[in-house]
Structures are given as structure tokens and as C-alpha cells.
Design a protein around this ligand. Structure first.
Ligand SMILES: Cc1cc2nc3c(=O)[nH]c(=O)nc-3n(C[C@H](O)[C@H](O)[C@H](O)COP(=O)(O)OP(=O)(O)OC[C@H]3O[C@@H](n4cnc5c(N)ncnc54)[C@H](O)[C@@H]3O)c2cc1C
Length: 463
């Protein structure tokens, strides 16, 4: 028989839980999901005097921001994460919660292009390209600039057109298109341009010229300096945010049903029933909708059509050193399936044993792709082979540790039907009284800072 838990009188025990809220009077918020969004919401709502309870499916909080510590190595399991932001308030919040547990680094990022390490962003590393490629990139950039000035471009109909119009055919075809095909698993002409248009400006012509003749220029300066927890990996950020509200977080509590009643909501989570006055969901929309019941076919189809990729994080600990880079983008499919390789031991020496280094390779795929369920050994061998081609690992005998982590929801993919579909799903959730905060709940390409900003804005307006 199910026991009915009223969040204001909840008994502890039975479930692997940190605790259930009993202390805070006032409005009771149920927060679905205990990733960065859920934990941040819990803290901010609690600080504003609201009663709050988080329900997280896994035994640990953190979601994509979890880390795995084993045999002296610490790896982020949802791909490599670093802390940066244009949003001063959010950045200040992240720094403040980490306190002393923070290393600061200059970004040293490269693109592995035709066997050479080219400065990132690509348009800032043009002088490092083979001469013919440099000419192609430069002349096509100038052509695009002239066409734009003469008003010859119509608004880009898709992501591919946006890349060509903004950077020219040279930069687009040499780097942007292959890289984007590799990460999104969809042709760029089938992707919308709405998410970059207006936000990513055409690089200034002076920068392109300087870059072409080898004068240093920096792109994406908001990311040029980043920080990273000294110990514990990125998960320690979520832990630090959640520390004041640990007792209001239930782990091992997957939400399976959210029913609206005349007053408030009744939830099924981890085999128990719970009541809440209000619900905010941070779990992926495709996980939320089945919990709601009586979902009209049109809404279900719209949700099923929302596209996203999964991720394999391949963790490799090695004896000796790695190149002095933060991370490297790999557009070419010939080097390997992975689109990015990072070097966490360059963020903080505490994440690898003395005399050792760490490499984290990221492979995006669709959840149904065979590679997502391929045996770990095959994936690790593939990555080790690719690292050999990149000159990162000269001797596979130096590999001291390997692990493969799988994240079913990693990147939101903005295809051409995205805007129509998300509108339908959001409207439905709104009608059901469910608030949406977080990367796969809002179904937006939000980094940690965007997620925290959403949580801050939400908590500010919460009643
Ligand atoms: C490869 C990669 C690299 C990244 N690098 C950076 C970076 O360098 N810097 C940066 O700022 N951002 C980075 N990000 C983005 C960052 O990971 C996200 O913005 C952030 O983790 C999203 O948090 P969230 O809580 O919204 O979602 P999630 O982390 O997805 O959390 C959702 C939670 O809901 C839980 N859940 C799911 N179903 C249920 C259910 N039925 N019941 C209860 N709980 C459920 C899940 O277990 C999970 O804990 C990166 C992302 C990826 C994929």
C-alpha cells in the first residue's frame, strides 16, 4: 500500500533519501529532478522562505554535472565542464559557493585540423592553416562581407546558410560545417538558425585580417579565463550549492506521476506518494510528459519530435604528461568518433595522481545509435587509437585507468521543427500548472550559467 506523504509532515526512512522537508513553513514546492537546476532551485526557494522538496531519480544529485572519483582520478561524467559566464551575478554566485575550492586557468583551446593544432576559435587561428586553406577562408570571408554589405543575403533559412553568410564558405566548409555535423548528428541545413542569429556576430574584419597574418587576437573572450573546482570535479559545485538544503533532497526517487488536484498536486516518486502546492520540473520533457497522464496525441507527438543527442564520456587516466591544452575540438571523422578531447588534469592537478594526467573524450550520438550501447572496451580502444593519431598518447601502455559514462540527454538539437514543437509542449505544461526550469525541461541549449540564471529568475518570482 502506498503511504501518503504530506510534505509538511513527512516521515523519513524507507527510501535512500537525504531527508524530507519538515521544517520550513509556507508554500510547498515540489522540484522534479536534482541536477544543477533542481538543486539550485531548492536552495534559492528555501532562502526565500518557501518549503521545498526535490525528487531525484538517481542515487546522487548533479545530473550532467556529476563527477566520478576513482583510483586518484576525478572525471566529470557528463562531459568536461568549466565555469565561465558573461552574467556577473551568476558567475559571482558560482565562485562564492565554491570559495577556496577553485582553480583559475587561461583557456588554451585548439582545433585539431589536418594534423595540426590550430588556435580556437578557428577564425582567430587562420595563420596556422595551410596556405591554400588560409586563402580559401580569407577570400570567402571577404566575399561574404561584401555580399552582406550590398544587401544580397536574405535571412538565413537554416544553420548552414547562417554559417556561410556569417563566416564565409571557407571557414564554414573547412571547420564549422564538419564540426557541427559531428556534434549534432544532423545536417546543418536541417537545423534552425534562430539560436545563433543575432547572438553570434560576424567577426570584425580587422580580427580576421590580423588572424590571417599571425597577429594575436582573441575570440569568445567571456570564456578566455575559466575556473574549475580544485577538488571533486564539477560535482563539487552542485554539492556546494545544495549543502544548505541537503535535507530537502530525496535521491533514488524517480517521479512517475504528477496529478493535479483541486488544491495542489499529488506525486508518485520512488514508490511513494507526496503532496505539494506547486510543482517545478527540471527533468527532461520526454521524462515529464509520461508522468502527466491524458496527454493529447498532438502534444505527445510534438514532444517525441523534440530532438536531442546522447553522450559517451570516455575517461582515460595516463602515466606521464598530456599536451598543455584545456581542450581540443576534432572536426574530422577520420581521427575518431569523438568531437572533443579535454585534459582535466590541466584544470586542476588534484584530479589526477602525481605523475599522471587525464583525458576526457566526448562522443555524441543518438540514443538509438549502436555506439551508445557498444561495449566499453570497444569504445575505449577506439578513443586510444584516435589519441595516438593526435599525438596525445604515444604508448597505449601508459593507460592506467579507463571508464565510459553514458548520458542519455546531453545536447538539445534545434531542428527546423523545434520552435513549433516546443511551443505546443510548453503550452500544455503551462495549462497543467507545471513550471519548467533547466536544460532539458526548458529544452534549450543552456550552460550552467543559463540554468542558474533561470533558477534565480524563477525563485525571484515564485510565490
Ligand atoms: C558535454 C557537455 C559539456 C558541458 N560543458 C559545460 C561547461 O563547460 N560549462 C557550462 O556552464 N555548462 C556545460 N554544460 C551544460 C551543463 O551540463 C548543463 O547546463 C547543466 O548540467 C544542466 O542542468 P539541469 O539540472 O538543467 O539538467 P540535468 O543535469 O539533465 O538534470 C536533470 C536531472 O533530472 C533527473 N531526472 C530525470 N528523470 C527523472 C525522473 N523521472 N524523476 C526524478 N528525477 C529525474 C536526472 O537524473 C538529472 O539529475 C555541458 C553539457 C554537456 C552535455
Amino acid at each position: 500500500m502506498l503511504s501518503l506523504i504530506n510534505l509538511s509532515q513527512a516521515p523519513a526512512g524507507g527510501l535512500p533519501i537525504y531527508g524530507i522537508g519538515t521544517k520550513v513553513p509556507g508554500v510547498r514546492w515540489a522540484v522534479l529532478g536534482g541536477g544543477l537546476a533542481g538543486v539550485t532551485l531548492a536552495r534559492l526557494l528555501h532562502e526565500r522562505g518557501h518549503g521545498v522538496q526535490v525528487f531525484e531519480k538517481e542515487r546522487e544529485t548533479g545530473g550532467l554535472c556529476r563527477s566520478r572519483a576513482e583510483r586518484g582520478f576525478t572525471f566529470d561524467t557528463g562531459g568536461s565542464h568549466v565555469i565561465f559566464s558573461r552574467d556577473a551575478e551568476v558567475l559571482g554566485f558560482m565562485h562564492q559557493v565554491l570559495g577556496e575550492n577553485r582553480e583559475v586557468r587561461d583557456r588554451q583551446t585548439k582545433i585539431f585540423y589536418k594534423g595540426r593544432y590550430v588556435k580556437y576559435p578557428f577564425e582567430n587561428g587562420l595563420a596556422e592553416l595551410p596556405k591554400e586553406d588560409l586563402f580559401f577562408c580569407l577570400s570567402e570571408f571577404v566575399k561574404a562581407l561584401i555580399a552582406s554589405e550590398k544587401g544580397e543575403f536574405s535571412p538565413p533559412a537554416n544553420f548552414r546558410e547562417w554559417m556561410v553568410q556569417t563566416f564565409g564558405k571557407g571557414i564554414a566548409e573547412s571547420y564549422l560545417i564538419p564540426y557541427n555535423e559531428k556534434i549534432w548528428k544532423i545536417a546543418p541545413e536541417q537545423m534552425s538558425a534562430h539560436w545563433v542569429e543575432g547572438r553570434v556576430p560576424r567577426p570584425p574584419v580587422e580580427d580576421i585580417l590580423k588572424s590571417a597574418i599571425g597577429i594575436e587576437t582573441e575570440g569568445y573572450t567571456h570564456q578566455a579565463v575559466f575556473s574549475y573546482p580544485r577538488t571533486g570535479g564539477i560535482e563539487s559545485l552542485v554539492k556546494a550549492i545544495g549543502a544548505p538544503v541537503r535535507e530537502f533532497i530525496s535521491t533514488g526517487a524517480p517521479v512517475t506521476s504528477v496529478r493535479r488536484e483541486r488544491k495542489g498536486f499529488v506525486l508518485q516518486a520512488g514508490g511513494r506518494e507526496a503532496r505539494a502546492d506547486r510543482v517545478v520540473s527540471t527533468i527532461p520533457l520526454p521524462a515529464l510528459l509520461p508522468c502527466l497522464g491524458d496527454v493529447p496525441d498532438g502534444v505527445r507527438e510534438a514532444c517525441d519530435g523534440l530532438r536531442s543527442t546522447a553522450l559517451l564520456s570516455v575517461c582515460i587516466g595516463i602515466r606521464g604528461r598530456v599536451p598543455p591544452y584545456s581542450w581540443v575540438y576534432i572536426p574530422s571523422p577520420e581521427v575518431g568518433l569523438f568531437n572533443r578531447v579535454s585534459f582535466p588534469s590541466n584544470y586542476s592537478p588534484a584530479v589526477a595522481p602525481p605523475g599522471h594526467s587525464s583525458v576526457l573524450a566526448e562522443i555524441t550520438c543518438l540514443r538509438e545509435d549502436p555506439v551508445f550501447s557498444a561495449p566499453d572496451g570497444e569504445i575505449v580502444s577506439h578513443v586510444i587509437g584516435g589519441l595516438g593519431k593526435m599525438g596525445v598518447l604515444d604508448d597505449p601502455g601508459k593507460v592506467m585507468y579507463t571508464a565510459v559514462e553514458r548520458s542519455p540527454f546531453a545536447y538539445v538539437v534545434y531542428d527546423l521543427a523545434y520552435q513549433a514543437r516546443i511551443r505546443v509542449v510548453r503550452e500544455f505544461c503551462g495549462d497543467r500548472g507545471i513550471h519548467l526550469v533547466g536544460r532539458f525541461s526548458q529544452f534549450e541549449y543552456l550552460n550552467m550559467d543559463g540554468v542558474i540564471r533561470s533558477a534565480m529568475d524563477f525563485a525571484e518570482g515564485a510565490s
